[in-house]
Ligand binder design. Structure first.
Ligand code: ATP
Ligand code: MG
Length: 392
């Protein structure tokens, strides 16, 4: 029965010029996301609102699911349009609407009319009263509650008459594209896809970098990361995924540095390379899935050692989260099942039995000097052979 949606967005902080930017970005993201759906839609901005009208056959559930992935949307209100053919026709339509949407009539309601077109013969108060009476006549089991109704029935008199009462929650956040771009270090694990999702939710566009180590990590491990990027891209739009061959760097570190410091030194090179690509691609920061204390490489001391090589901000949105909280989000955004596929990770292959948990920065810096002979060349080769996959 529904062929249109009113899109609600949180307006706090989006006033004046920012409001137009916000709305335009939201319209763009909605259009982009709906391309995945079967139907055709018109997305329009009108009266300070955003509407999505289906202009062909469409799948209601698919459409709602797609809209629920557009950051910036606070709520999705399925809506029906009625031509203005007099109050009696409107009353009939409202009675039918209630019947179709609420099979169980044991509910309280309130009519919230709004007369945007002032030549309508009744004013809002009169519409509320009249329609309220009509509904009570039709369904005596229902009752009016003006303070906390079960059903808030909106009736808006515009070019047509709009009727809606349901609000399906959206993901919230800000439309992607209103907040610059950042480079996500995307591994095949549970955490980094969630980290990317969280930063994108604040309106930030995402690119990603994955370090793989063939033949120690397989094509399947790489495909898994591409699949994860696809899941994240459902929310963020297309992701430029940089795939960096890290094998020779890892082997060189393995050869030249103490094994209990391998992970930290390796992570420092990942950050350096990610930052290099970030700067070349106009990213304003890096994003990782780190969380304090989760593993040896994520103690405060390890994070400090990793962070020391970065000159642009590193965003770690999961820093204070427990694993269970991260898992909950990964299930919600549907990355969990892919993340737990058991393919090898480039970090796990070279890890020491007993990695340092409190690395001493001076030692790390000193041991990195062991790499001076070849590391610049290896990093350059890794950057030169960057394979970029556009994931959408
Ligand atoms: P995740 O679940 O995201 O893999 P993790 O708990 O396994 O995280 P680490 O392996 O210590 O933690 O990695 C910490 C962060 O470093 C990851 O969240 C990710 O942002 C980044 N990272 C680790 N390995 C890679 C990789 N191979 N490619 C790109 N980024 C990586
Ligand atoms: Mg990992």
């Amino acid at each position: 029965m529904f062929k249109a949606f009113l899109i609600k967005y949180a307006e706090i902080g989006v006033k004046g010029k920012n409001r137009y930017m916000f709305e335009d970005a939201l319209v763009k993201q909605i259009r982009h996301t709906l391309k995945r759906c079967d139907g055709e839609y018109a997305v329009r901005k009108s009266d300070g609102r955003i509407y999505v009208d289906a202009v062909s056959d469409f799948d209601y559930d698919e459409t709602v699911a797609a809209l629920q992935k557009v950051f910036g949307i606070a709520g999705i209100c399925p809506m029906v349009y009625v031509e203005d053919e007099g109050f009696e026709k409107l009353s009939e339509r409202v009675v039918r609407y209630i019947d179709e949407v609420y099979p169980d009539k044991h509910k309280s309601f309130k009519v919230a009319a709004r007369r945007a077109r002032k030549n309508y013969p009744l004013n809002s108060m009169e519409i509320n009263m009249e329609l309220g009476g009509v509904i009570l006549d039709a369904y005596p089991e229902m009752s009016v509650d003006v303070h906390k109704p079960d059903i808030m029935l909106h009736v808006e008199i515009r070019d047509k008459i709009y009727i809606y009462s349901e609000i399906i929650p959206g993901p919230g956040g800000m439309p992607v594209g209103t907040g610059g771009k950042a480079m996500l270090l995307l591994s095949g694990g549970i955490d980094s896809p969630v980290a990317g999702y969280m930063i994108a939710k604040r309106g930030v566009k995402i690119d990603a970098v994955y370090f793989h180590a063939p033949p120690y990590t397989s094509e399947r491990a790489k495909q898994k990361v591409i699949d994860l990027a696809k899941k994240v891209a459902q929310y963020t739009g297309p992701i430029y995924l940089h795939i960096i061959n890290f094998t020779d760097i890892q082997l060189y570190i393995y050869d030249k540095c103490p094994h209990d410091e391998l992970t930290i030194i390796m992570r420092r090179y990942m950050m350096r390379i990610a930052e290099h690509i970030a700067k070349e691609t106009e990213c304003l920061g890096l994003i990782t899935g780190e969380s304090i204390g989760q593993v040896a490489s994520q103690t405060m001391q390890s994070l400090m050692a990793t962070n020391e090589v970065c000159t642009i901000p590193v965003y770690r949105p999961l820093i204070g989260f427990d694993k269970m909280e991260i898992v909950d989000i990964s299930e919600k955004i549907d990355t969990y099942e892919t993340s737990i596929l058991p393919y090898e990770d480039c970090c796990t292959i070279f890890v020491a039995k007993h990695p340092v948990t409190k690395p001493n920065l001076k030692f790390i810096q000193k041991h990195e000097e062991n790499l001076v002979e070849k590391i610049d060349e290896l990093v350059k080769t890794a950057l030169d052979t960057d394979e970029v996959v556009v994931v959408s």
